[in-house]
Design a protein around this ligand. Structure first.
Ligand code: ADP
Length: 440
C-alpha cells in the first residue's frame, strides 16, 4: 500500500513536471518568435523612413555581424541589393517569395522558413517602399528543436532536482497517510492514543466501535458457552445419579420417585436444549423468516387459551382484552414472544393473582402488546439485566417453575427482528407490565 501510494504520487509529479517544462518551453519559444518578428518589423520601419534608400550606402553597415539580412527587390521580383550576396545577379526572381508577394499585394508581409538542417529557422519581414520596391529584412534563429537540445543539460538538472524534491515530499505524505492506519492495524486495542488526521476520524470511530462489538460478542459467547455447560450439567448429573441408584438396586422401593425425577430432569434438559437451539437460530441468520400480515389479537387469543390450564394450576386468572390489530411480522416468532411473556407472568405470580394481556393501537398508529401481572415484581436494579441469557432474579424460583433463563433473551431477539421496542415497568410485590411496541 505504502509503495503503491508512493509510486502513484511520483507518477503524478513526473507527469506534472514534464507537462510544465514542455508548456513553459513552448510559451517561451512563441514569445521568442514574436520578439524576432517585432524586431524585424522595427528594422524595416526605420529603414523605410530613410528617403531614397537606394541612395543609401548600405555597405556601411555590417549586417552580417548583426545577423540581420537586408534585401531590396524591384516590383518585378529582381533583387538589386542583398547584404549577404556580393553578386545579386546570381539570385533568382523573388516575386514569388511568400513575404515579398504579400508586401507587393498588401504593403507588408512576413514568413518563416525552415532551413535544410531544421536546426535553424529563417524569419522574414517585407515592406513596400514608396518607390514601389520591396525592402525585406531577414534573420536566422534557432528552431524549437535546437532550443530544446541546447536547454537539455539545464532541463535535465532541473528535472533531477524536482524528482528528488517530489520523492521526499511523496515519502513524507505517504508516511503521514499510511502510518496511523498501520499503527491501528498493529494494535486495535490501543487505537485511542494514535494521532489521526481529520478525514480518518470517522473511520477510526467505526473501527473502534466494531472492534468493541466484536470483543463484547466474543466475551458474551464465551460466557454463554460456560453457562450452557453448567446448565446442562445439573440435570444430567441428577439423571445419571438416579439411574445409577436404580441400576445398583439401591432404590429401596423408591423407583417410581426416581423415575419421576429422571423424567423431570430430562424434560428440563429438553426445554433447555430447545431454547438454546432457538436462540442460536435467531442469532445466526440474517434472514427474518417469512414476514406476513399477522393479527396479534388472534395470536394472543390462541396463546391465552393454550396457557389457561397452566394458569389454573398456578391459581392465576388469565384474560385478554383489546381488538383485532394487524401487523407485518413472523407468525412463529410472535407466537413465541407472546407465549414467553404470558408464561413468565403466570410463573412469577402469586396465588389468586391476575394476568392481563392487552392488544391495542396508539393514536400515532403503533400497535402494542402489553402483558401485565400482579405478581412478585422485579427489583429496579435487575430490570435492565433480565434480557441477558441465563440471567434470573431468583434462580430457585425460575428452576422450580421450569424456567431456563433464556425466555426473555429470545423475546429480545424477536423484538429486534421486528424493529420493535420493549419496555418494562415493575414494582416489587405489586406486579410487572411488559410492553412491546411495533413500528407503524
Ligand atoms: P426464566 O426462564 O428464568 O423465566 P426469563 O428470561 O424468561 O427466564 O426471565 C428472566 C428472569 O426475569 C426470570 O428469572 C425472572 O427472575 C425475571 N422475570 C421475568 N418475567 C417476570 C415477571 N413477569 N415477573 C417477575 N419476574 C420476572
Amino acid at each position: 500500500m505504502r509503495k503503491k501510494i508512493h509510486r502513484q504520487l511520483m507518477g503524478i509529479a513526473l507527469v506534472a513536471i514534464c507537462a510544465t517544462l514542455f508548456l513553459t518551453l513552448a510559451f517561451f519559444y512563441s514569445q521568442f518568435v514574436k520578439q524576432i518578428n517585432e524586431d524585424l518589423r522595427s528594422y524595416a520601419q526605420i529603414l523605410k523612413t530613410v528617403e531614397h534608400i537606394s541612395d543609401y550606402d548600405l555597405s556601411q553597415y555590417n549586417y552580417q555581424k548583426d545577423s540581420v539580412r537586408v534585401t531590396l527587390i524591384h516590383a518585378d521580383g529582381t533583387v538589386w541589393y542583398d547584404s549577404r550576396v556580393e553578386d545579386v545577379s546570381t539570385m533568382d526572381n523573388h516575386a514569388m517569395r511568400e513575404e515579398v508577394a504579400m508586401a507587393l499585394q498588401t504593403g507588408e508581409g512576413e514568413s518563416i522558413r525552415k532551413s535544410a538542417t531544421l536546426a535553424e529557422y529563417n524569419f522574414y519581414y517585407a515592406i513596400l517602399l514608396a518607390s514601389g520596391d520591396v525592402l525585406r529584412i531577414g534573420q536566422e534563429a534557432a528552431s524549437p528543436l535546437l532550443v530544446i537540445i541546447n536547454a537539455l543539460p539545464a532541463l535535465f538538472l532541473e528535472l533531477l532536482l524536482l524528482i528528488v524534491v517530489c520523492g521526499v515530499a511523496a515519502k513524507v505524505l505517504t508516511n503521514h497517510l499510511v502510518e496511523p492506519i498501520e499503527q491501528m492495524a498493529e494494535n486495535l486495542n490501543r487505537i485511542d492514543g494514535i494521532p489521526v488526521y481529520e478525514e480518518l476520524e470517522p473511520f477510526v470511530e467505526m473501527i473502534t466501535r466494531q472492534h468493541m462489538d466484536i470483543m463484547k460478542s466474543a466475551k458474551m459467547r464465551q460466557e454463554f458457552t460456560a453457562n450452557v455447560s453448567h446448565e446442562l450439567k445439573t440435570p444430567l448429573t441428577s439423571i445419571s445419579g438416579y439411574a445409577e441408584l436404580i441400576q445398583n438396586h439401591m432404590a429401596n422401593g423408591q423407583e417410581e420417585r426416581f423415575a419421576t425425577e429422571i423424567h423431570r430432569n430430562a424434560s428440563r434438559l429438553l426445554t433447555l436444549i430447545n431454547d438454546i437451539i432457538r436462540l442460536s437460530e435467531l442469532d445466526g441468520t440474517e434472514q427474518d423468516g417469512i414476514m406476513e400480515t399477522v393479527d396479534l389479537y388472534e395470536l394472543a387469543d390462541v396463546c391465552v387459551s393454550m396457557l389457561q390450564l397452566n394458569a389454573d394450576k398456578h391459581e392465576v386468572q388469565l384474560s385478554l382484552i383489546g381488538e383485532s390489530q394487524k401487523i407485518i411480522g413472523n407468525r412463529q416468532m410472535l407466537d413465541e414472544l407472546l407465549y414467553n411473556l404470558c408464561d413468565n407472568a403466570i410463573r412469577y405470580n402469586k396465588k389468586g393473582g391476575l394476568v392481563q394481556v392487552k392488544i391495542g393501537r396508539y393514536d400515532s398508529g403503533e400497535v402494542y402488546v402489553s402483558v401485565e401481572d400482579t405478581g412478585i415484581g422485579i427489583p429496579a436494579e435487575h430490570q435492565e439485566r433480565i434480557f441477558e441469557r441465563f440471567y434470573r432474579v431468583d434462580k430457585g424460583r425460575s428452576k422450580e417453575t421450569g424456567g431456563t433463563g433464556l425466555g426473555l433473551a429470545i423475546v429480545k431477539h424477536i423484538v429486534s427482528k421486528h424493529e420493535a421496542d420493549i419496555k418494562v415497568e415493575s414494582t416489587v410485590g405489586f406486579g410487572t407490565k411488559i410492553k412491546v411496541i411495533f413500528p407503524k
